[in-house]
Ligand binder design. Structure first.
Ligand code: HEM
Length: 534
């Protein structure tokens, strides 16, 4: 009968509530009072409704508030739960508790997504795919918020909102780039550093055959720190153990908008659990400097990849998705993945896009879900210790940390874990000028896309690529934009430009040397010294 007893009984029943069948449940108002039937609106004879009818008011007003904002990007997605297991511990690289011993496990939640479309959009859009994993480690949650492509469209975070606007609906016509690709191509033709990702997008990997048959890549350079404080740069790879499969543009038109959702859900439902390996490429700070000196690849530039021959992958573990969400909204839509969620031993690099993302995700979560989103079951950490801090109150504070002090108290202090490695040791390496800009285009920006065209794509893949690009160009009426874009493709390989010219009937510019791009940091920088020139 006491409040204590009530809380003990009611609030330890999340799992019971999640799993309860309808047969065990009585229909009630939100305050728990049984109602004989939902279709009993109280009405005065043949007259108006009564405000006293709490059941109807409760029903309608909750319904009115059912929608939360969809994710501003990656709104269409699918998720599932599973388990990560360490197969090859790496204490020499990383002090994270999870990676210390073979067989260490943790519960995970994964969310896959497309990027540009709204939450009801087509799963088989030609678009990168998001691949997020929440690892619930003993030391708190570690989120990998990755894509299925190892590179990205930009290296200057200020471009991200503008870039995304060009991939979303037009403010005037309200059309997407499926009907009018003018803004889509204008962005790329003004920002040539996007070319590598554009090549991947229009290649075969641009439409994965559902989510089970694709890899995930951190894309960003991160850092791994071991218990001695030694650190290396790293890139994470999640490799599909199902292999890579894709749909051609033509094939993709034959499937329902929820193809990937259905494919993932049904595979898990019938016990055909998809699996990925977690692997890592590493690089010492000295090697990073050499990579810049010799190949002009900046490890903080996610439009570039690390050459796999020079930096082989090393396996750490495997994960399996073996449990569908019982309730999509609670377990997938409300999931909040954040690249700033890192555990000791895993650190951000100075990559400016990564640094910006560290701010942007929790910022959007407070808006999209609410200030206490970390308390929701799918987001809550599951640590080896009771965790505490001085965050209190706010909307829907469910776990409000009891009677413990809400300030740094010396009378009743919480426990503090010392930092395993001094921050000076892992972050004492920032060098360079006070302000630098990221928009210069360099010849090296075209090396990897060229290798993709010349060495990775075979002839049928090249033909599909030309079809995909020229097909997309057909919905851009602005010829000037397409001339620019063809010039950018010419920097990759004249063969691509020539084939596109033939397919579109548009003669592109000779190359980008004399072209001006949006913004003040223009031209093709051929010399390291002009790296920071305006
Ligand atoms: C989702 C911002 C670049 C991968 C999001 C969301 C925002 C955002 C605001 C919505 C999050 C939510 O509502 O929960 C940005 C910004 C970027 C950037 C500002 C650059 C400056 C990237 C890059 C990657 C990436 C480079 C991959 C390497 C993802 C993924 C999701 C996402 C996978 C979906 C997460 C989920 O499943 O809930 N991004 N993003 N983003 N982003 Fe980014």
């Amino acid at each position: 009968s006491s409040f204590k007893a009530h809380v003990a009984e009611r609030f330890c029943t999340y799992e019971a509530d999640r799993k309860a069948t309808s047969k065990e449940c009585v229909y009630t108002t939100s305050n728990g009072v049984p109602v004989p039937h939902p279709y009993e609106a109280q009405r005065l004879g043949n007259g108006p409704l009564l405000l006293q009818d709490f059941h109807l008011v409760d029903l309608l007003s909750h319904f009115d508030r059912e929608r939360i904002p969809e994710r501003v990007v990656h709104a269409k997605g699918s998720g599932a739960h599973g388990e990560f297991v360490v197969t090859d511990p790496c204490p020499d690289l990383c002090l994270a508790d999870l990676f210390q011993e073979k067989g260490n496990k943790c519960s995970i939640t994964v969310r896959f997504s497309t990027v540009g479309g709204e939450s009801g959009s087509h799963d088989l859009a030609r678009d990168p795919r998001g691949f997020s994993v929440k690892f619930r480690t003993n030391e708190g949650n570690w989120d990998m918020v990755a894509n299925n492509t190892p590179v990205f469209f930009l290296r200057d975070p200020a471009k991200f909102p503008f870039f995304i606007h060009t991939q979303k609906r037009d403010p005037a016509t309200h059309l997407t780039h499926a009907d009018d690709s003018t803004h889509f191509w204008e962005y790329f033709s003004q920002n040539p550093e996007s070319i590598h990702q554009v090549m991947v997008l229009f290649g075969d990997r641009g439409i994965p055959k559902g989510y089970r048959f694709m890899n995930g890549y951190s894309g960003h350079t991160m850092k791994l720190v071991n218990k001695d404080g030694d650190w290396v740069y790293c890139q994470f790879h999640m490799k599909s153990m199902q292999g890579i499969q894709f749909f051609t543009q033509e094939e993709s038109a034959n499937y329902s908008p929820d193809y990937s959702q259905k494919d993932l859900y049904e595979a898990i439902q019938k016990g055909d659990y998809p699996k990925w390996t977690l692997e890592v490429q590493t690089m010492t700070p000295k090697q990073a400097e050499e990579l810049w000196e010799t190949q002009k690849i900046n490890v903080f530039d996610l439009t570039h990849i690390w050459p796999q021959g020079q930096f082989p992958r090393r396996k750490i573990g495997e994960f399996t998705l073996n449990e569908n969400a019982i309730n999509y909204f609670a377990e997938v839509e409300q999931a909040a993945f954040n690249p700033a969620h890192m555990v000791p031993g895993i650190e951000p690099s100075a990559d400016p896009v990564l640094q910006s993302r560290l701010f942007s995700y929790p910022d959007t979560h407070r808006h999209r879900i609410g200030v206490n989103y970390q308390q929701l079951p799918v987001n809550a950490p599951r640590t080896a210790y009771m965790h505490a801090n001085f965050q209190r109150d706010g909307s829907m504070a469910f776990f409000n940390q009891g009677a413990r002090p809400n300030y740094l108290s010396s009378i009743d202090p919480v426990l503090f874990e010392p930092r395993a490695v001094d921050l000076d040791k892992t972050h004492g390496h920032f060098t360079g000028e006070a302000v630098t800009f990221l928009s210069q285009i360099r010849p090296e920006d075209f090396n990897a896309p060229r290798a993709l065209w010349q060495k990775v794509f075979d002839e049928p893949a090249r033909e599909r690529f030309i079809n995909n690009v020229s097909g997309k160009m057909a919905s851009c009426p602005d010829k000037e934009i397409l001339k620019r874009q063809i010039a950018i493709f010419r920097e990759v390989d004249d063969d691509i430009a020539k084939r596109l010219e033939k397919a579109t009937g548009i003669q592109g510019y000779d190359g980008i040397k004399n072209m001006q791009f949006n913004g003040t940091h223009n031209g093709m920088a051929t010399d390291d010294k002009v790296k920071h020139a305006n």
